[in-house]
Unconditional design. Structure first.
Length: 324
């Protein structure tokens, strides 16, 4: 394997990010907030679903919350332990945020371990675009899979909390970072030679899996005033445990923490902690076969969500949902 494309080429990339980003500690939230904030318990309220409408809602939820991986069209998840670090906030706040993220990870089946190597950088800044301009200029590979002419557009900060995902393909013990300039089989020792089209023509499995290699998250501190640390921690947990497709820009029939900053979702419909649908999605993501085809993964997760949610969300008579 040519060193330019192996995951070993990326060793230390998260540490390198911090070498050129020297950010002063911010006072980012109101003094009334404390790291002791905990996410409230949330239940699904409002309109009840029929079996048909709940099935449609879960399928739509999976589509909105699952970005297809560039090589395999699978849903990407963590294979290495989830190891977040919050940067540019007081130590007690950072500890609260990262502890909550790892707790959620453990609850839904994502790998965790104490003392693991950082693979998620959560950077708080009141000048987020300046930070991402530096990333684009100095460490553009941290933006994830993209062509050179897409760098400027991809690094643009458009959301209150935004993430960039470095994904990879795992084949047994070998992991190769997704890169549009990598061609499978171009080197004689390439372990993924001729395998990107599936193993043995299987329609159920690629015999490979899409995994996260690194995630950079920018939190625009000018846009999160008034939110509790509990809400922020749950939002971050959802954002770094699964790569959403369009959920942050939409208002789903099933509530999601990712609608917290969405203008498309009325304030009254937003939830401020992980919803039952969020939890069911993450549980499904981390229990589905990692090497299954993307379509099979999505169908399996939707089925898991339907089974998890139908008791609490179906109309009592199984008929028409309650009137708005």
């Amino acid at each position: 394997m040519a060193g330019g494309w192996a995951r070993a080429h990326r060793v230390g990339m998260a540490a390198a990010l911090l070498l050129f980003l020297s950010l002063p500690t911010l006072s980012l939230l109101a003094a009334a907030q404390t790291a002791a904030d905990s996410p409230p318990t949330v239940t699904i309220t409002g309109n009840r679903f029929t079996v048909e409408t709940l099935t449609q809602a879960t399928e739509g939820f999976v589509q909105d919350h699952g970005h297809p991986s560039p090589r395999l069209n699978q849903l990407t998840r963590w294979e290495r332990p989830v190891c977040p670090e919050a940067i540019n906030v007081p130590a007690d706040v950072a500890a609260f945020l990262t502890t909550r993220i790892k707790t959620v990870a453990g609850q839904v089946g994502a790998p965790t371990r104490d003392g693991c190597k950082r693979d998620i950088e959560i950077i708080f800044s009141d000048t987020p675009q300046a930070v991402m301009d530096a990333v684009a200029d100095k460490r553009s590979f941290l933006l994830g899979y993209h062509f050179v002419n897409q760098t400027k557009a991809l690094s643009k900060v458009t959301q209150a909390i935004q993430a960039w995902y470095v994904t990879a393909v795992r084949d047994g013990a070998v992991t190769v970072v997704d890169d549009p300039y990598y061609a499978s089989g171009m080197h004689s020792d390439d372990p993924l030679k001729d395998q990107f089209h599936g193993n043995g023509g299987s329609r159920l499995s690629h015999d490979m899996a899409s995994v996260f290699d690194n995630i950079v998250v920018i939190v625009d501190t000018t846009k999160i005033e008034g939110e509790t640390f509990g809400s922020l921690a749950d939002y971050l947990a959802m954002l770094v445990l699964a790569q959403p497709a369009s959920a942050v820009d939409q208002c789903n029939p099933l509530p999601s923490i990712l609608s917290l900053f969405s203008d498309a979702c009325p304030s009254a419909q937003r939830v401020r902690s992980l919803s039952p649908a969020d939890k069911a999605y993450l549980e499904g993501l981390y229990s589905v076969a990692p090497d299954a085809t993307g379509s099979l993964q999505r169908a399996t997760i939707a089925t898991h969500m339907l089974d998890s949610l139908k008791t609490s969300t179906l109309a009592a008579d199984g008929g028409t949902p309650a009137a708005k």
